[in-house]
Design a protein. Sequence first.
Length: 526
Amino acid sequence: MQINPDEITSILKSRIEGLGAGQAELTEVGTVLSVADGIARLHGLENCMSFEMLELPHGVTALALNLESDNVGAVLFGEWERISEGDTVKRTGRLLEIPVGDALLGRIVDPLGRPLDGKGDVNTTETRPAEFKAPGVVQRQPVTEPMQIGLKAIDAMIPIGRGQRELIIGDRQTGKTAIAIDAIINNRDTGVVSVYVAIGQRMSTVVALAQTLDEHNALDNTIIVAASADEAAPIKFMAPYAGCAMAEYFLYNGKHALCVYDDLTKHAYAYRQMSLLLRRPPGREAYPGDVFYLHSRLLERAVKLNDDLGGGSLTALPVIETQAGDVSAYIPTNVISITDGQIFLEPKLFYSGVRPAINVGISVSRVGGNAQIGPMKKVAGRIKLELSQYRDLEAFAQFGSDLDADTQRTLARGERLVKALNQGERQPLAVQDQVAQMYAATNGFVDRILADRVPEFMQELIERMHSQHEDIRAKIAGGDWSEETQKALNGAVEQFAADFGYDLDEEGQPLEENAPIAPVAEAAVA
């Protein structure tokens, strides 16, 4: 049988003309070359984009990560075990997007925005890209607005501002998450929306955390993104980007957001696992070469926008877990160099009863006093100095009898200062109360009280300030540190100290019972 080319051409033309406009749909379809360990190699998707979502059979979706000359490497979400070699795969043309909006507040969701708390569907139609370019220098403004954590040791010595990235770093079980939760609780009534990203944690831990926030009326203002320990590596990899996208919804609407990534060490582990399965070349400690970029592109999205763009802010509190206090390991040094400071928690201090167990020597905030109200800046300057002197002399404390009077006084003051800075979990303090306590500690009002009674003194001082000196508290909260305010605070603390009573005389010796109370030395008015 002779085939006439003209006939074939005419048949094709008639068929094409017969297709009505809008009936034809052009899709790029490929096939699965191989699938194993949640990773698929795909052939035929020549125009595929990096981070594009792909559709496979059985409701499985894929995220394209490796774009090679002859195939695409993608990670799979869903029941990937049902995918087999030869299955078809279709491009969607959409990059990875995360559901965002007010409907997520008070919910526990996975990184794809699916609910995990059994409270029904999340009713939101808005989405944001998981990967988003961080604003440039022109779109930002300096960090000057305080982000109060409610912990004396942090707000006084390592202040955090809105739009800052402050790393919380330390060994396991030293109170890293506790600081982040206190920050969320302390900002529940300040208009700050919090996003807590749990990476590689047990689901029971996440549920307990949600209950804690609920008990302190902070859950309704918080989104919890959970990628639990039993999830696949791609879900853990996506979690911080998803949390950041949810926080950016509020940032670009002119609001303030706080994002906690707990923790980025497990995030790096998940990325390493994924990269090795994708056959990317390993580098130091088997991490891929772009592991620095992994965290820098995430943390650079924390910003204080300029007023033309609404003046919103996104503050990031990344958490890093160290092994035996080694801050010079690969991932800790990477994240330290990206962030605007770090809060270093030390096991030795934790076990000796210091809470929070912050090592003041290594901890720093590169924003510094710019993110503090005036009164706190004035009072806090002396604390850091006196605490460093105490830490330097502490090593010699065992030779107490051989030390001169000045050194013994510095040690006694330092011991009381440490007690004054101690603070229990879930007990955040208003900034004006912190200023009153710090003023009493640095101006000699606790020097003649036994160290063990200092917490009691501080607690009762705040009760007195609340009941009798609301006017002074209001002035301090408003940033007033005039001579008049200082004198008023000095008088209030002095009167309280006299009422509280002293345990030691001016030489630091125990007072005899019922001995008359000598007035405290005139406190220096800063």
